[in-house]
Design a protein around this ligand. Structure first.
Ligand SMILES: *Cc1c(COP(=O)(O)O)cnc(C)c1O
Length: 373
């Protein structure tokens, strides 16, 4: 079945107890044993499993074409579970512009436990030069944040395979509608469901989806259940609800982002637009082959440095100055300001999460903001 159909039906089963068309939220933390001491319906205690979480995990694994999914209380909890699943001493290669929250986890929580290098993973020569006998994982994030760099997933997977290295792809920016990393050979996909999957900026969650139910996956599930970084039943319910409209929301995000990128490219105050959907993007051709669409995220650099960028950001009315992405409302942010003093992000870069407002209103607002410079 197609992804629009899966998004609606993969999680949803008419409730056997009530015939309710929509699955009720099961808040109970504990489930009754039968006289033999077993749990015939498969649920025993809420940390180990819950019907709403099960429904969410079902639809997540279908959307990414995986064998199974595990839902977490945040994207960072999902990422951390991957790092915790590795043998101490394992070497990880990650992108030099890896999501700062996960890069900081490695730097501050796993220093001395895991080894890691953050490099230009899309440069084959550089990537090969960093592979060591203890390299166990290559972490990918494509398109990257906030520079929208594209990494050739298939090529990295092929290099990793030569050395028996696992590849995990953070697919948060693209969403399952924009890119299918498992189909390109990645072993696992990570999501911050806080973003497009949630889609309304009102819940925090994360997920891992595996290509194979192997020993590594068993370890992931063990950490999920023993560590307990699980989402609450109500959050799982809201995510299942949100995912039903994900394919149609993504169409709107992508269409608006493309038009906004094309508009920005024509503006005299704009130095450069970073969006994989415009031919000026250095990896536009790679994006065309790897991605199913170009996503709803774009960045642009304003002529006149940080000060000019701040002026634009503060002058917009419809683009809310806030962090995060993937919600129906457009957000704008000067990334360098929040990434801290050691950031490599250009000071004049504004990252935009293009929402689902009418594109004419978004363009008009951006135009008046750029005229303030
Ligand atoms: C937000 C985000 C995360 C972290 O997810 P949380 O839900 O905030 O913990 C990881 N990767 C990317 C690309 C993100 O945008």
């Amino acid at each position: 079945m197609k992804i629009e159909t899966l998004a609606i039906h993969a999680a949803n089963h008419t409730d056997a107890a009530t015939d309710a068309v929509i699955q009720p939220i099961v808040l109970s933390t504990t489930f009754e044993r039968n006289t033999e001491g077993n749990y015939p319906k498969g649920y025993s205690y809420s940390r180990a499993g819950n019907p709403n979480r099960q429904a969410l995990e079902n639809v997540l694994s279908k959307l990414e074409g995986g064998a199974e999914a595990a839902a977490f209380s945040s994207g960072n909890a999902a990422g951390m579970t991957v790092f915790q699943s590795l043998k101490p001493g394992t070497h990880i290669i990650g992108p030099d512009d890896m999501y700062h929250g996960l890069r900081n986890q490695l730097k501050h929580l796993f220093a001395g436990i895991l080894e890691f290098d953050f490099i230009d993973v899309n440069n084959e020569e550089v990537l090969r030069s960093y592979i060591k006998p203890n390299t166990g994982l290559i972490w990918l994030e494509t398109p990257s944040n906030p520079s929208l760099k594209i990494t050739d997933i298939k090529n990295v997977v092929a290099i990793a395979a030569e050395h028996g290295i696992k590849v995990v792809c953070d697919n948060t920016f693209a969403s399952p509608l924009g890119q299918q990393p498992l189909a390109l050979g990645a072993h696992m996909v990570m999501h911050s469901t806080t973003k497009y999957l949630g889609g309304h900026s009102d819940l925090t969650g994360g997920a891992l989806i595996t290509a194979n139910k192997d020993e590594w996956w068993e370890k992931i599930i063990q950490i999920q259940q023993m560590g307990g970084a699980i989402p609450a039943p109500a959050d799982c319910y809201w995510l299942v609800r949100s995912i039903k409209t994900l394919p149609y929301r993504m169409r709107g995000h992508v269409e608006n982002a493309q038009k906004l990128a094309e508009f920005l490219e024509q503006q005299p105050h704009v130095e450069r637009v970073l969006y994989p959907g415009v031919p000026s993007h250095p990896q536009h051709e790679l994006a065309k082959t790897q991605m199913l669409n170009f996503g709803g995220m774009l960045s642009f650099m304003v002529k006149g440095g940080a000060e000019a960028a701040e002026k634009v950001l503060n002058a917009t009315q419809l683009f809310t100055s806030a962090t995060s992405l993937g919600g129906v409302e457009s957000l704008i942010e000067r990334r360098a300001a929040i990434e801290g003093p050691d950031t490599k992000t250009p000071q004049n870069l504004l990252r935009v999460s293009v929402g689902l407002e009418h594109i004419d209103d978004l363009i008009a607002d951006m135009q008046q903001a750029l005229e303030r410079i």
